[in-house]
Structures are given as C-alpha cells and as structure tokens.
Design a protein around this ligand. Structure first.
Ligand code: ADP
Ligand code: MG
Length: 695
C-alpha cells in the first residue's frame, strides 16, 4: 500500500501536475483564471485540455465527463469517450479546449422548477476552474456549473460561486478600511462533518423502505438502543475499520483531506470530518465523500445510510457546517487577533455575522429544511428549529461590556480596558462549547449544526455568504463615509450588538424554556419545511439575493417550486411504500402466523382438554390489532387519493405534512405493536436490533 503522501491528490489535476505539464504561459494564464476569475482564452484551453487528457489517459482514464450538481441534490455526469476516429480507420485519444470548458448535457429530465421549457431543455455546463478536475472510475471528471441557455442557474454550484463573489467584494471593502490593500481575494471556508450509519447489506436489501425511501417506515424499538452511549468513540469493528480505511484512501486520491473518523452516539453510526477547504471545493468534496461512502460500503457488504432519520427513536444523521472567512493569504477573519486593531476588525466581522444571523434567521432556517430533516430539528438530538447563536461566556461578556461601556473582567479576573481601540487579547474559549446550539462560535469559526446529513452544503453556505455579505456591505457603506473611523467603528460595533443580541443564546437549546424565551425575544420558530420554505419567496429574500446577484426572482421561484415538490414527493413515496409493504409483506405474515396459532387449540382439545389460553390471547390480540391495521391502511389510501385535488403547491405540502404524515404515523403505530407480538420467523422485515447490531 502506498503511503498517504504518495496517494494524496494522485487522481487530481492539481497545481503540481499543472505546473509540471503545462507550458509556462498556459500555466500562468490558467492560474490567473483560477485566482481572479479571468476568462480563459480558447488556445490556452486547448493546451490545458490536451495536457489533462494525456495525464488522465496515463492514469488509465478512457472517458471524460462534465460533473455537475443539479437540483436533485446529488451529482450528475454523462460520460463521453476520448476516442476520435481518424481517416485511416484508426482512433486517437482527443479532448479539446471546447470540450473542457463547455458541455451540453441533454439533461431535460433534471428539475428546473419551470425555468426551462422542454423545447429548450439543453442547458449547458461550464468548467469551474477553481475546483480541480479529477479521475473517478476511469473517467476524467471536470467540475462544472450548470445553466440554462438564458443563463439562469439550474444547479447548486452557480449560486454558491456567486455568493462567494458577493462576500469577497464586500469583505475586501471592510479590509481596505482597516488598511489592508494586499488581500486579493476573500473566501469563505467550510469543513463539513458528515454523519452516517453502516448496516449489513443483506439486511438492507430486505427492507424495501430503506431501499426506496432511505429510512425505516416501520420498526419496533429494540430492547437496547443508545441508552448506554457505549458506542460513542468506541473501538471500531473490523468491517467498519476496513471500510473506513478504503474510504480514506480513495478520498485522499481525490485530494479530499478526510481526517478524523469515529463512532457516533447511536449504534452503527459514524462520522467523518475533512480538513476545511474553500467553500465550493468543500462542497464538491462533500458530494464526492457521500458518493464514495455509498459505493465503498457496497463493496464491503455494507449499506451506508445517509438519511437524516433512518431509525425512529435513535439519533439521526446531521452534518455540521464549520464556516469561516479568510483572505487569500490565509488570515482567518474570525480569529481573535493579537493586537487591538486586529481585534477591532475581528469584532466587526463577528457582529456582522451576529446581525446577519438575526436579520436572516428565516433564510438560515429554511436552508436546513427538508422532509427528512423535519424528523430531527426540534427533536431532542438536534438543534431546535429556532435559530440562535452561541458565543460563549467570554466573548458575550466582552460584547456586553462594550455595549455597556464598562470595563470587562475576564474569568481569570484580569481587568480589561474596553473600547475598540485598546481591545486586549482574549483567550479562545473552547471549554464551554455548547453542543445544543444551532450556530455556535467555536474559537475561530462558526459551526452551523442544523444541516441534514444528505444535504449538499451548497444551500446553507449560499445563505451564510450572502447574508454576511449584505451586512458587510451596509457596514462598508457607513464606514467609508466616516471621517472619524475609530470612533464610528466603536459605535457601530456597540450598536450592532445592542440591536441584535437577542439572537445570542448560550443556554440549553433543547429545553422547553428556551422555546418560550425565544418567542418572547421575537425569534422565529419555523417548525417544519412547509413553514420555512415560503420565507424564500418573500420580498426581503428576493431583495437580498437580487442585490448581491446570487439569485434572480425567477431562480428563487424555480427553487421554491423544486423544494416544495421534493417535499411532497418524498412523503408520497413514503406513503406508497408503507401501503405496499403492509399489503404485500405485513398482512401475509400476519395471516401465516395466525394460521399456525389457530390450528393449535383443536389439536390440544384432541389431546385431552389442554389449556389454550395462550393461543386465545394471542389470537384475540392479533385479530384486534389486525382490524385496526386494516382501518388505518384504508385511511392512508384514501388520504393519499385526496391529495390529487390540491392544486397549489403550498397547500399540497401542508396536506402531506398534516394529513398524510399523520395517517402514516397511525399505521406505523399498529404495525410496530404487531411486530412485538408476532413470531420472529414470521416477521418479514429485519428488526431494529438486527440492523443496528448487524456489523
Ligand atoms: P467537533 O466534532 O468537535 O465539532 P471536529 O474537529 O470534528 O470538531 O471538526 C471541526 C471541523 O471544522 C473540521 O472539519 C475542521 O477542518 C473544520 N474547521 C476548522 N477550522 C476551520 C475554518 N477556519 N473554516 C472552516 N472550517 C474549519
Ligand atoms: Mg461538530
């Protein structure tokens, strides 16, 4: 086995390979395109494409694809071979600059939310030069953005790149005010921690609900769940360990810095965290990570579950989006500084994030909304649906002192003189990290913890980047006009904290008291996806995204439609799967089991009046529950039929949430009860205990 260093990035057409293989001029031109977003000339593109093709062919690749991220949430690719016929009937391997830079996938069945009528279905893909090409399964993959012919974004990458431009522009205005004219670019960075379950593949294949919907729609609670918390950071089982090693190696080859791995709280649950990267690259890498998790698990006879809530009553899967802002020279702008001036700059960025989170709490909330994540947010394992921020006692104390205009005494009882100009160095407070907070400051970054595990991190980062860009823009507008920078800066920090401190909450976000207090503070509590999504199409949202050129009004509407439809479809498929499972697996099992029991009393009688109370008890219990089952099944079928009458997408989504989901829960209750009575050999589905302790 090769060493990590040889492996790392070996399948990536990254900087070292570019430098080695490209003529100097072409290399320089490409670097300029990458770092400054300059246009890539056709002749340079041809040179790059050719070098890329030679490199890829040497590595065994035969095909290339424009790899993109449509609104389905997963990645799409359409493979083309490099081969080209020659006049003498031979073939040569060819790849042109045109093919590298632009593609036209016939992607008419990908969701566009009405943006693209089918007659002009052929959207096009363009190379995102900031994300390196890589080889996966013998195919050279070129990360691309996907747009319609009229230039509207049809994917998750385009608006993310736009939001990064927005925050770059505004943050550099702020840096200039602090005398920094050297930063060429400001980027946001992301390190997504990814949770997942691993179960035995054979069990998985026996669960149509897992196969079709990603989660178990039935399943009685196992006698042992996660109560003992003995899985958390426990030793890795050999199969899991082998899976993780291969996953890590494959990720390293693709330049993904997968770093930590450990068991999570729930049995069979694990986590992978990469070292952070520029947001759009981190997004690409996270998509690759999820894809590889599934395919490598499969090779190891395992199934990787990325659904937010595969098992009721057991912790679900989340994704923690660690986010920060930094310059191209690597200065983290959310890192408390060493000098008063650095600290003043830090405090300004900090209050910008505070204001952004408060002003745009609804957008942040909806960026983490999905039918699957509705099972987590607000339940006692994930943050509530209420957005609040954790700053820790130290930082909160400092901001409160600034607000009050008093001196701040830190925990070590050192007096600190406050006033932005003489702000002292203060320690990072890592001790009281609050695990219940949806949005926590963790020393030099924010950890947005509401995301579902299967999410593309694109959406939440589009909102974060744009919201913070907007506040930085407001700050820059005010401060650029000032003729007393230091004084006005101090006032701005004070005023901003004072106006937005309601969003700061360092207590227990899981408590019932917080829900009441949050309401008193005027914070919003959008409990479900159906409550949250309409916030996307408000004027406030449209204005924000239009101002920073992230989404046009048409793009917002198309996305709203897609998200709502996906919510409804998810529940529809779940309901259909439940009905199908009940009719074709549960009911036959009930009949078979009852048939066995029912024969017994007669036999016992013939043997001389033996006690038949057990059979009678079981029969009557199962018969009673079976009656209920039939009723609930019919109700669900009827409720589902009635959904056809709803025209409006919001009304339909509400119907699915209130009526369909309710009927599903009622049916599940009966089936789960039956599972605890019916003989194990008769029950058609592997149990929770079998799945969770199968590896
Ligand atoms: P925990 O499990 O305690 O929340 P981890 O160490 O597992 O923390 O994950 C922390 C994540 O934060 C890692 O992915 C790490 O790369 C990322 N991270 C660290 N610094 C930054 C930063 N400046 N910007 C974005 N992400 C960061
Ligand atoms: Mg974390």
């Amino acid at each position: 086995m090769s060493k990590g260093t040889d492996l790392f990035g070996s399948m990536v057409f990254g900087d070292t390979v570019m430098r080695e293989r490209l003529p100097k001029d072409a290399y320089k031109a490409l670097k300029k395109t990458i770092s400054e977003g300059k246009h890539l000339e056709r002749d340079v593109a041809n040179v790059v494409a050719n070098a890329m093709k030679d490199w890829a062919v040497e590595k065994g690749a035969t095909h290339f694809t424009h790899w993109f991220q449509p609104m389905t949430g997963i990645t799409a690719e359409k493979h083309d071979a490099f081969i080209s016929p020659t006049s003498d009937g031979q073939i040569i391997m060819e790849f042109s600059g045109g093919e590298l830079v632009r593609g036209e996938p016939d992607a008419s069945s990908l969701p566009s939310g009405g943006l693209r009528a089918t007659f002009e279905a052929r959207g096009y893909t363009v190379w995102d030069t900031t994300s390196y090409a890589f080889i996966k399964d013998g195919t050279l993959c070129i990360p691309t953005a996907f747009c319609s012919y009229s230039g509207e974004a049809l994917d998750k990458k385009t608006p993310l790149l736009r939001s990064m431009e927005a925050i770059d522009k505004q943050a550099r205005r702020i840096l200039k005010l602090f005398g920094n004219n050297t930063a060429k670019r400001v980027i946001t960075t992301v390190g997504p921690e990814q949770e997942y379950f691993l179960i035995d593949k054979e069990m998985y294949l026996k669960r149509p609900d897992l196969v079709y919907t990603g989660r178990t729609l039935f399943g009685a609670r196992p006698p042992k769940g996660q109560e003992m918390e003995d899985h958390y950071f426990g030793t890795l089982k050999p199969r899991v360990s082998a899976f993780m090693r291969e996953l890590e190696e494959e990720l390293w080859k693709l330049g993904v810095l997968a770093k930590t791995k450990h068991n999570e709280v729930a049995p069979a649950q694990h986590e992978l965290a990469p070292i952070f990267a520029t947001t759009n690259i981190a997004t690409d890498h996270n998509q690759l990570t999820m894809e590889l998790m599934k395919s490598i698990a499969n090779k190891h006879g395992l199934a990787c579950l990325l659904h937010e809530k595969p098992f009721a009553g057991v912790n679900g899967n989340g994704k923690h989006n660690n986010w920060s802002i930094s310059t191209d020279t690597g200065a983290n702008l959310l890192e408390p500084g060493e000098t008063p001036c650095e600290n003043a700059q830090f405090l300004l960025f900090l209050v910008a994030v505070i204001k952004a989170a408060d002003d745009y709490q609804d957008l942040l909330r909806l960026s983490a909304a999905s039918a699957a994540n509705d099972h987590r947010l607000g339940a006692n394992e994930a943050p509530p649906a209420i957005i609040s921020m954790f700053l820790g006692d130290e930082l909160t104390g400092i901001l409160e002192a600034i607000e009050a205009g008093t001196a701040y005494q830190n925990s070590k009882k050192h007096e600190m003189e406050i006033g932005v100009t003489v702000l002292p160095h203060f320690p990072k407070d890592m001790t009281d990290r609050n695990r219940t907070s949806p949005f926590a400051f963790t020393g030099n970054k924010f950890e947005f913890r509401m995301l579902g595990s299967s999410f593309s991190v694109s959406g939440p980062n589009i909102v974060l980047n744009t919201a913070v860009a907007d506040v930085l823009c407001q700050f820059a507008d005010a401060l650029e006009k000032s003729d007393n920078f230091k004084g006005d800066l101090a006032k701005l920090i004070k005023k901003t904290f004072s106006e937005h401190k309601r969003i700061v909450f360092n207590g227990n976000n899981y408590s019932d008291e917080w829900v009441i207090e949050a309401e008193n503070r005027g914070l919003s509590n959008l409990k479900t996806t159906v409550d949250a999504l309409p916030e996307f199409i408000t004027k406030k949202s449209a204005d924000l995204f239009a101002k920073h050129h992230v989404f046009s009004a048409a793009e917002i509407h198309s996305r709203y439609e897609i998200l709502m439809e996906s919510y409804c479809k998810t529940l529809h498929i779940e309901a259909l799967t439940m009905i199908d499972l009940t009719k074709r697996e549960i009911i036959p099992a009930l009949i078979a089991y009852q048939n066995e029991i029912v024969k017994l009393p007669a036999l016992k009688k013939s043997l001389g009046d033996l006690d038949t109370s057990l059979e009678e008890y079981l029969m009557s219990r199962i018969a009673k529950l079976s009656g209920c089952l039939l009723k609930k099944l019919k109700t669900l079928e009827n409720v589902l039929l009635e959904s056809k009458d709803k025209e409006d997408v919001l009304e339909l989504a509400g119907y699915y949430r209130d009526k369909v989901f309710h009927s599903m829960s009622e049916l599940r209750l009966i089936v789960d009860e039956l599972e605890t009575i019916v003989g194990k050999d008769y029950w058609p589905l592997p149990s929770y205990a079998e799945m969770l302790y199968s590896v």
